[in-house]
Design a protein around this ligand. Structure first.
Ligand code: SF4
Length: 318
């Protein structure tokens, strides 16, 4: 039985808001979701670098199934602004509670780790910091600038929170000129209250649209999870909404339940169903769409960035 014994300290449960919930029914995992346990030399080297620089990664905090594959290639997704989130989304494994003050040296350490790992492409994400007046936008910008100064050849993707009620935050992030601005819609609008109660679907959509309006040279990207109870037509509608907002790249992956206190997995989509969604997305005009059971926002992000640029070139060449 899954438990929430994972703690941040002796008296601090990881998800206090979920502790009293009943366990949801377990759904047996299909063969296509089984992955090899991590443990390669590359994995150990990545782990060492993350530890030595005192960084958080979403790979570990979200218990991502791809960690063995990604870390073997030294691709870690940095999670800045601490390991405690001010939201309490029903799908997420990141600890919730009151975060610590910002660590002002963190941008430098992220930049040093990126240089040490010799990354061509880095994804930087964060916990939600509703407690900060700018939602953490300046810290994102500082991190982008620190990476640019130590690794000028590295392309930078930011996967940000929604900056709800933080006027001017998006502008601060974009002024630092990331190569990709990513913000995940996570699910279809009809499931927001249940799955992402602290967020608003149209605010997230508008954030992506404004990012494109503010700087059309920055690629925009979003992602959703499926298997939470959404209908296929609702996913197709999300695709249309994202295309209306000018979003270039969409990722779709299977939702996996971190513990049985989290939102229930309603069903596992088959690889063929993911292929069907990918085809539908391509027909709707995304520059790039990645849809598979193990697709995550940052999975193969470097390879995808190259494909994104190539698709952009092809579309705009005479
Ligand atoms: S898919 Fe993303 S979060 Fe998962 S291990 Fe890879 S880089 Fe980390």
């Amino acid at each position: 039985m899954a438990t929430l014994l994972d703690t941040l300290g002796p008296s601090r449960p990881r998800h206090p808001e979920k502790a009293a919930r009943a366990d949801t029914p377990a759904l047996a995992k299909p063969a296509w979701l089984r992955v090899r346990a991590p443990g390669s030399a590359g994995y150990e080297e990545t782990r060492e670098t993350v530890r030595a620089h005192r960084l958080h990664t979403v790979c570990e905090e979200a218990a991502c199934p791809n960690i063995g594959d990604c870390w073997q290639k030294r691709h870690a997704t940095m999670m800045i602004m601490g390991g405690v989130c001010t939201r309490a989304c029903a799908f997420c494994n990141v600890a919730t509670g009151l975060p610590s003050p910002l660590d002002l040296d963190e941008p430098r350490r992220v930049a040093d780790a990126v240089a040490k790992l010799a990354l061509e492409h880095i994804v930087v994400t964060s916990v939600d910091r509703d407690d900060l007046d700018d939602g953490g936008a300046r810290h994102f910008a500082e991190t982008i600038r620190a990476i640019r100064s130590t690794s000028p050849g590295t392309t930078i993707e930011v996967l940000t929170p929604d900056f709800l009620r933080k006027d001017g935050a998006l502008e601060i992030v974009l002024e630092a000129r990331p190569d990709v601005f990513n913000h995940n819609l996570e699910t279809v609008p009809g499931l927001y209250l249940k799955i992402r109660p602290g967020a608003r679907y149209f605010h997230s959509l508008r954030l992506l649209q404004r990012a494109k309006e503010l700087d059309g040279s920055i690629f925009t990207k979003s992602g959703i999870m499926v298997g939470l109870g959404e209908e296929r037509d609702e996913v197709l509608q999300v695709m249309d909404d994202l295309r209306s907002a000018g979003v270039d790249f969409l990722t779709i992956g299977q939702y996996l339940q971190p513990t049985r206190k989290h939102a229930e997995i309603k069903r596992y989509l088959t690889p063929e169903e993911f292929d069907g969604l990918e085809k539908a997305g391509r027909a709707k005009g995304f520059l790039l769409i990645a849809a598979s059971p193990l697709t995550r926002s940052s999975f193969h992000a470097g390879d995808d960035f190259r494909r994104l640029k190539a698709a952009h070139r092809d579309r705009n060449s005479p």
